[in-house]
Write a protein that binds this ligand. Structure first.
Ligand code: PMP
Length: 399
């Protein structure tokens, strides 16, 4: 029955994660997976999350009944405030449709299923983008077109090429944009460049589809990081946003995220929600509760919210510190090349510019695990392993 199947390729990121686990060396370094590690190379569970988990376990008012198809109402409300800002009149206008989803990936899948069924159109994706974007779009059956994004010469954002490409896009196309801390490049448009992108989207009648997986990780300020979403909303765009709490609340395996659809009226929002619920009902019926309860308690309680922001600042602060540490060590050891981009790029990742062969050599000869594209997770660098990492980079770039 199944003999016609051929072996499907393994997911590049999960494959690296497993190769790292299987390596018995004591000096192995994990720069593959986009999950935070402490300076002791340990996974981190937020204290505020642990506290709320206890509260939930001991709360006699909670049960295991199904949630609504669109998830917990207080979760959805909290997510709107976090993304659009507390005093944003859009929230009270009833024009935003929100549903709790299974992580950012689940939100992307729900969002693109909705697009396929109700909007159609080509989807413009940045070159490069997070690999799962391409896979999801492929599965959903939407046509993808690359827009040039990353400039390998400057190791920065190629605004002109992006605008030129989008200005040729067919009206009604969807454009997938990373809100901040672009994965894999760590390169984001400036506020002025976002305005230029908005301009071309308006002129060409393009529909923005934002992916927000790293709020808090780019500038270190939650509000500033979602500038693009708030500005586009202010400019009157109707749009879709897929949101993930995996990184900024460290809830990776709880699978918590949200889909937001900003519509033109409350009446239309009601119809959009009914259709969105049809998509969700046929995919997984309704979301799980625990992760949603944790997030909504953080977002709806001032005390918990402050604790979360403080812990998030420690995490983003450590990543920023590792950027300068790595750059300094590379300079101190006179490693060939210019490494300024390490401190210019933001968020979880650095797009190092190392070739696939150099990355293979780092893994095979030096137990350093990273994507073959040269993407390095900054969260895997520590004050202890940075020297070993830099010595390994020095060897591979000299060869
Ligand atoms: N979008 C981007 C750009 C990501 O990097 C990720 C996580 N790696 C996601 C979405 C999905 O996150 P989640 O783990 O919540 O599914």
């Amino acid at each position: 029955l199944f003999s016609h199947l051929t072996q499907a390729p393994s997911d590049a990121i999960f494959a690296i994660m497993n190769a790292y686990k299987a390596d018995t060396s004591e000096n192995k370094i994990d720069l593959g997976v986009g999950a935070y590690r402490t300076d002791e190379e340990k996974p981190y569970v937020f204290d505020v999350v642990k506290k709320i988990e206890q509260e939930i376990v001991n709360d006699p008012s909670l049960n295991k009944e199904y949630l609504e198809i669109e998830g917990l109402p207080e979760f959805n409300k909290g997510c709107q405030i976090l993304l659009f800002g507390k005093d944003n009149p859009l929230i009270t206008s009833g024009r935003i449709v929100t549903a709790q989803c299974l992580g950012g990936t689940g939100a992307l899948r729900v969002g693109f299923d909705f697009v396929k069924r109700h909007l159609q159109g080509d989807v413009y994706v940045s070159n490069p983008t997070w690999g799962n974007h391409n896979q999801i779009l492929d599965r959903v059956g939407l046509n993808q077109i690359n827009y040039p994004y990353y400039d390998p010469i400057t190791k920065g954002f190629n605004c002109k090429a992006t605008l030129d490409c989008l200005s040729q896009a067919k009206e009604g196309s969807i454009i997938l944009l990373h809100v901040c801390a672009h994965n894999p490049t760590g390169v984001d448009p400036t506020e002025d460049e976002w305005l230029q992108i908005a301009d071309v989207c308006k002129t060409r009648n393009l529909i923005p589809f934002f992916d927000c997986a790293y709020q808090g990780f780019a500038s270190g300020c939650l509000d500033k990081d979602v500038f693009a979403v708030r500005k586009f909303a202010e400019l009157g765009f109707q749009m879709i946003i897929a949101y993930s709490f995996s990184k900024n609340m460290g809830l990776y395996n709880e699978r918590v995220g949200a889909i937001h659809i900003l519509t033109s009226s409350q009446d239309i929002a009601t119809k959009v929600l009914s259709n969105l619920k049809m998509v969700i009902r046929t995919l997984y019926s309704c979301p799980p509760a625990i992760g949603g309860r944790i997030v909504s308690r953080i977002l709806c309680n001032d005390n918990y919210y402050q604790q979360w922001v403080q812990e998030l600042n420690v995490i983003t602060g450590r990543i920023i510190k590792m950027r300068s540490l790595l750059k300094n060590e590379l300079d101190n050891l006179n490693v060939q090349g210019n490494w300024d981009h390490i401190i210019k790029q933001t968020g979880f990742f650095t797009f190092t510019g190392l070739t696939p062969q150099q990355c293979d050599q780092l893994t095979q000869d030096h137990h350093v695990y990273l994507l073959r594209s040269g993407r390095m997770s900054m969260a895997g660098i520590t004050s202890k392993n940075v020297k070993q990492l830099v010595e390994a980079i020095k060897i591979v770039v000299q060869n």
